[in-house]
Design a protein around this ligand. Sequence first.
Ligand code: MN
Length: 152
Amino acid sequence: MAALENYRQKRKFSITPEPEGKMARKGKELVFVVQHHFSKREHYDFRLEIGGVLKSWAVPKEPPTEAGIRRLAVSVEDHPYEYKDFEGTIPEGQYGAGTVEIWDKGKYELIEKTDKKLVVNLLGKKLKGSYTLLLFKLPKNWLLFKNSEALD
Ligand code: MN
C-alpha cells in the first residue's frame, strides 16, 4: 500500500515490535486510537482510520477532554490499521524509540472531511463527542479541539 511507504522506510521490522502493516482491515466501523508515546519527547499520537490506514498526528500535550482547549497536532506519516492495537517498547536506536501505551481508543464517526478540516464524533472512554482538526499552517500544523455542545 503506497500510503505506508513513508512508515515502512522509517522502521526496521526485524528490530522494532511495531506492525509492518500487512493485515487487511476488518469490519465497517471506523476506529481511532490515541497512544501515549514516551519517546525522547513525550507526546500523544492521535490516529483516525481513514481510507484503510491510520491518519496520524503527534500532539505534544494531552488531548483535550473538554471544549475550550486547543492543542497543536502535527501531521505525521500514515500508520497501518493494525497499529491501533500496538503497545510496547520501540528499541533504542530505532525510529520513535521508547514506550507506547494506548491512552484511549474506540469507534468514531466521520462527520465532515475536507483538505483542511475534519470533524469527527469520537466514541472513546476519555475522548467523547464532537472534535475538530483544523489545518492552520501548511504543511502539517493542525489544531485539535473539542467542539462545544452548543455548536450543532
Ligand atoms: Mn509518536
